[in-house]
Design a protein around this ligand. Sequence first.
Ligand code: PGA
Ligand code: ZN
Length: 399
Amino acid sequence: LITDVRLRRVLDSRGNATVEADVLTESGGFGRGKAPSGASTGEYEAIELPASEAIANAREDAIPRLVGEVHAGNQRDVDAALHAADGTDDFSGIGANSAVAISVAAAKAGADVLGAPLFQHLGGTFRGNELPTPLGNVVGGGEHAADATHIQEFLSAPIGAPSVSEAIFANAAVHQEVHDILGERGIAAGKGDEGAWAPSIDDAEAFEIVDEAVESVADDVGFAIQFGLDVAGAELYDEDEDGYVYGDEVRSTEEQIDYIADLVEEYDLVYVEDPLDENDYEAFAELTERVGDQTLVCGDDLFVTNVERLSQGIQQGAGNSILIKPNQIGTLTDTVDAIELAVENGYEPVVSHRSGETEDTTIAHLATATAAPFIKTGAVGGERTAKLNELIRIEDNAV
Ligand code: PGA
Ligand code: ZN
């Protein structure tokens, strides 16, 4: 039984305040969870409140429904109590940031009571044994860096790696190789919010550089490395222009579909996230029809880890992959429900970090527990390597 829930403001990787939750149980279990935060957030995400407000509201409404009432190990009960306390359909009552921090803290307390690693508690004995392939953000811009590429993320995808550990080191090597190539070209670059290089170059040059970097590292390591994109199309789409705005250039929806399909061909892209606007299921379906057997067409802002939005996508054939971010929907139960619906319908789940992160490692366990084929959690930087290093430990049976 949960005996205490403690909430506090802590820092995220951008230096903003976020919610940290501790859950304590009668039998001495302890768990701690933290909420991440997006910058290119989807219109249909659960609502993040200012941390202090989320904490105050959760103290008043959620904690009384948890303490002395619910077992930490019973995740569906914990998350149902959070929904009941919130009373809205988008967590605007207690804040999705309070909800997800408490949901994660309870899961960890439940695992602690069992003396099991979190992935074991979440996935059970009969979970699949595969570990996810990490997608590493190596160049980017969009909402994550000013004066850089229009496409938000260029993602190294070490699809031929024989182990998670080799995949993680390959992504870091691609990140370094990109820096070397930028240096050779005399291009200075800082880093964006997720640690990707954020040079002031056009997208065409970024494609050239990333293509060269993955090929060079693939030669070194001796396994296949390809790459993919998070276009973050909803951020490029402008209703007034009725198109996708790339600086001075505007692409109509049809042109955007052609552009993405051409990129998939030219660069053999294995992954394309949010190539189109979050309201345009039809365009997603058209692109999926064209390139869906060559690449993953992934919905992030389109689906926001929401089973209702995913169901609509399934009906229309929009995408063949879904990004999974627990804080987009607010609880682990809702998150796992979205993953299960995806898998049942042949959509590949990609478990993901946010651009604003903490040292919390839960998504590494969630991806392992659900045998998700991919995880997107950056390539370098402490709040990113926290997850990557946890995956290395999981692979090494050291958690
Ligand atoms: P966000 O970006 O966390 O800023 O929303 C990540 C993504 O779009 O995948
Ligand atoms: Zn995205």
